[in-house]
Design a binder for this molecule. Sequence first.
Ligand code: NDP
Length: 481
Amino acid sequence: MTRIQNYIDGQFFDSDDGLSLEIIDPSSAEKIGTFPDSAQKEIDAAVKSATKAFEHWSTSGPEYRSKWLFSLADAIESKLTEFAIAESRDSGKPLSVAKMVDIPRAVANFRFFAGAILHDQSEAYVDRPSVLNYTLRQPLGVVGCISPWNLPLYLFSWKIAPALAAGNCVIGKPSEVTPLTAHMLAETCVEIGFPRGVLNIVHGTGPRAGAALVAHPDVKAISFTGGTATGRLISRVASESLKKVSLELGGKNPTIIFEDADLEVASTTAVKAAFSNQGQICLCGSRILIQASVYDQVKAKLIEKTKALTVGDPLESATDMGAIVSMAHFDKVLHHIELARKDGGHVLTGGVRLHVSGRCENGYFLAPTLIEGIPHTCSANQEEIFGPVATLIPFETESEAIQLANDTKYGLSASIWTQDLNQAHRVSSKLSSGIVWVNCWMHRDLRTPFGGVKESGVGREGGLYALRFFTEAKNVCIKMD
Ligand code: NDP
């Protein structure tokens, strides 16, 4: 049993009123720990501590901050297996995925921004020989980082690392569903002697701890990743105090397979894109658009590859898909499958709860599900299910594929499969989404802009985009006689 505490001013505290909430392992439905149910008082204490730490941290210079971020990355990496086990127990994801993806990527986030801040540049403009303008990029102050449960440490670090590198002090609020690795991050900070107050982690629910952070008058910016409805609420509240806001929200991403694609590779990747992390990645390809001439061929491959996935105990090395993150989310995904059936959908494979014996007999396991035959206006093709459910949709022409792909309120990512370079460029430019992959999915380069359009978000993370978000540009104009 892990007893998580808040990490404020370099020390660990329970919530002020002693209230706590339970952590449930979704693969066994067992209680594995508790965390503080924090609210306004704990956020106030964290903001006070961060404000005090800001003066030194913000003026200490990039080398100093870089050194600390590299140290943090090294320390996390030295405990990679422990972090990965915690991530797997907390979220239900396969341990192999946490080991290969989540934790290494969190380490990479800290390393990337530790390096990036050493190479950050600013511009200068010489107007006439006697006038010089240059841009100072200064940290904002105390900022809030709010993250979801699907990639807990990975997405938490994706915000914290650039915020700290740029010279801000941070209040992090991880998801109540998956608080374990954020707590381990705090423990790691203590172990390496990370400067007090620079990073504070307050646990609790969104409506209490999260809302208090967003409304706090001394918090200058909120970087948020989560659902669109929550993002909209945060944007409204943050606008009252004119905070900067970055919103990375939901998606209903198309995988578009043209007839000339390498159908074997395209189908393999489409299955990976649909079901990785139990379909609980904002970038998952949950609508598979297939050119009509190869529809039956691709459909057969998708069914075969989906049926071959092993759903089971996340701690077993042979497991491809683990448990859905919580009972509430499991019910929501099943409800969406029922709606799809009512809308005329034909379940090609999956659609049912799976029972895993032994340690996991009470876990929340769902068979990976493919559905066809649903009108595009129906919820299974419009709403983000955020689970192991993908729909198959035929199209005739390139323009119809683009029209279908763009026909949702979301616009996060898309994956196009074709051997025709002209078609790849043409379609990429016409898709309403922040990210387009051609003949690949989820290929990652930390320097690129990451974010969505329409209801998938506002602003961009990644590389210089994140460093720009966490700084204020100040123009200095000097007239020289
Ligand atoms: P939520 O929007 O429910 O929660 C995200 C975070 O916001 C959690 O820490 C949550 O707290 C907190 N929160 C909830 N309400 C408030 C509030 N009123 N004020 C401040 N904070 C609040 O999302 P989920 O955790 O359910 O994550 C799934 C969603 O995240 C999906 O829609 C998915 O698409 C999206 N996502 C987007 C990504 C992107 O980059 N575009 C990447 C990954 C996920 P708590 O949970 O503790 O109550």
